[in-house]
Design a protein around this ligand. Structure first.
Ligand SMILES: O=c1ccn([C@@H]2O[C@H](COP(=O)(O)OP(=O)(O)O[C@H]3O[C@@H](CO)[C@H](O)[C@H]3O)[C@@H](O)[C@H]2O)c(=O)[nH]1
Ligand SMILES: [Mn+2]
Length: 365
């Protein structure tokens, strides 16, 4: 039956998905996303000075949390939420009540595909999450569940059901997510390459997860999406999403969940200062040469049947094995445990009244 032209189609997962935005700047970018985001609930995590007023464009349904709210809601457990780093965004995952999360940075805009059509990144993430992943056997036509694709000859039928998709990792046109050294040697490089593909990151393979255009199934993998101790008071920054991606992927592999990367693209507009970034990333550039072999070799006990159990087991391994690299990892492992405690405190049954009923959480219906 044709839909009346004037009827607004209800967006996919309208009441099952929150959009989480970390910001230390402003939210003007939302105007460009309005056609795609306006019917979804936004969770804005305001970083930096809580007394600064961040204006949310009219017409959006949102809750805005600043550092005072984080401290009030989590009490002593707020210590696990980073300050002055985009890692603060994971607080939004923790307070959300929805099944799905899409997180986007405030300097990411609507990109156009090669035909010039504006890309509804959220819609593509939802498609990625609602279709299985092919973790155990690589399909050479990439995502077989996309329109116009399928499993190719030789693909075992016993594996064609795939596994549930936990994470959808989108990419970026214009400013690529380069590390500081690469940014320094290639300051003018822009990503103009639009690759029309969605791929599953194979089981047993790690990848550099970027947090600027990312969606996930919060019920499947939420407790593993902790963005670590970064920024103010920490010896490292800008490894928040990387840390979360490594922990998440190890747990997805253990639990038989899938991670996809590729479409959708967003247009990333701001190149952050490479010298400032180098200072933040410096230790991470060394430590990742130890951390990656750790994640490649870590094995979780088979009795770890839930994300929480996996995450706590992983925290123990981080403490014992990476703690020898630097005391930072001992603090990080402790923060991983605090994160799970905070997650359960906010999300466990019989929890405190719904957060919007708490005073001060700025919200607008
Ligand atoms: O102290 C801060 C700094 C930034 N934010 C908010 O976080 C995102 C990303 O910030 P920005 O665009 O400045 O950083 P990029 O270099 O482009 O970010 C890449 O590195 C990752 C940082 O870990 C990030 O996910 C990647 O995109 C913006 O929304 C800032 O407003 C903050 O909250 N606090
Ligand atoms: Mn950016």
């Amino acid at each position: 039956m044709a839909t009346a032209p004037s009827a607004k189609l209800t967006p996919l997962l309208k009441d099952e998905l929150d959009i989480v935005i970390p910001t230390i700047r402003n939210l003007d970018f939302l105007e460009m996303w309005r056609p795609f985001f306006e019917q979804y609930h936004l969770i804005i995590v305001q970083d930096g000075d809580p007394s600064k007023k961040i204006r949310v464009p009219d017409g959006f349904d949102y809750q805005l949390y600043n550092r005072n709210d984080v401290n009030r809601i989590l009490g002593s457990k707020a210590s696990c939420i980073s300050f002055k780093d985009s890692a603060c965004r994971c607080f939004g995952y923790l307070v959300s009540k929805k099944k799905y999360i899409f997180t986007i940075d405030d300097d990411c805009f609507v990109a156009k595909d090669p035909s010039g059509k504006e890309i509804n990144a959220l819609e593509q993430h939802i498609k990625n999450l609602l279709t299985p992943s092919t973790t155990h056997f690589f399909n050479t036509l990439y995502d077989p569940y996309r329109e116009g694709a399928d499993f190719v000859r030789g693909y075992p039928f016993s594996l064609r059901e795939g596994v549930p998709t936990a994470v959808s990792h989108g990419l970026w046109l214009n400013i690529p997510d380069y590390d500081a050294p690469t940014q320094l040697v290639k300051p003018l490089e822009r990503n103009t390459r639009y690759v029309d593909a969605v791929m599953t990151v194979p089981k047993g393979t790690l990848f550099p997860m970027c947090g600027m255009n990312l969606a996930f199934d919060r019920e499947l993998i939420g407790p593993a999406m902790y963005f670590g101790l970064m920024g103010d008071g920490q010896p490292i920054g800008r490894y928040d999403d990387m840390w979360a991606g490594w922990c998440m992927k190890v747990i997805c592999d253990h639990l038989g969940l899938g991670v996809k990367t590729g479409l959708p693209y967003i247009w990333h507009s701001k190149a952050s200062n490479p010298f400032v970034n180098l200072k933040k990333e410096y230790k991470g550039i060394f430590w990742q040469e130890k951390a990656i072999p750790f994640f490649q070799s870590v094995s979780l006990p088979k009795e770890c049947s839930s994300v929480e159990k996996c995450y706590l087991a992983l925290a123990g391994e981080v403490k014992s094995k990476l703690g020898e690299v630097d005391p930072y990892f001992i603090n990080l492992a402790d923060a991983m445990v605090t994160w799970i405690e905070a997650w359960n405190m906010v999300n466990s049954p019989g929890e405190k009244p719904a957060l919007t009923s708490l005073p001060n959480a700025t919200s607008k219906k």
